[in-house]
Design a protein around this ligand. Structure first.
Ligand SMILES: [Zn+2]
Length: 124
């Protein structure tokens, strides 16, 4: 379900020597499967992308990664926001939109659990 929110998802059904290609799309809050005999190259390419390549690396927190006037550069956790989180950032990372964010230990645990980032290599 979560993947469908980002766009159409190709689903392969394979069985009894036959194979169907379905495109799953989120329509009015429910997933609609549309059979397609001719998936576009774009859909095929997205489908072959391994999960790991969507994951961003993270690095030990360093203000140099962040815009000088940003929340992250000021030493706050921008993942949760300074209003809701007063922890000291331990990591710098790029989010799903390739924006640099800082994250406290809790953010690190959450993001790694969601496979959005990999833990920093030099920590731990
Ligand atoms: Zn935080």
């Amino acid at each position: 379900m979560k993947r469908c929110e980002a766009g159409p998802v190709v689903v392969w059904l394979v069985g009894a020597g036959a194979r169907w290609t379905l495109v799953a799309q989120l329509v009015d809050g429910s997933v609609r499967l549309t059979p397609t005999t001719n998936p576009t190259p774009l859909l095929c390419r997205q489908m072959s992308l391994p999960e790991d390549e969507l994951m961003h690396e993270s690095f030990p927190y360093d203000a140099k990664y962040h815009q000088p006037d940003s929340v992250a550069a000021a030493g706050h956790c921008s993942q949760h926001g300074p209003d809701s989180c007063r922890e000291t950032p331990v990591i710098s990372f790029q989010d799903l939109h390739d924006r640099w964010q800082s994250g406290c230990q809790r953010a690190l645990d959450e993001l790694v659990a969601r496979k959005e980032i990999s833990p920093p290599r030099t920590v731990g």
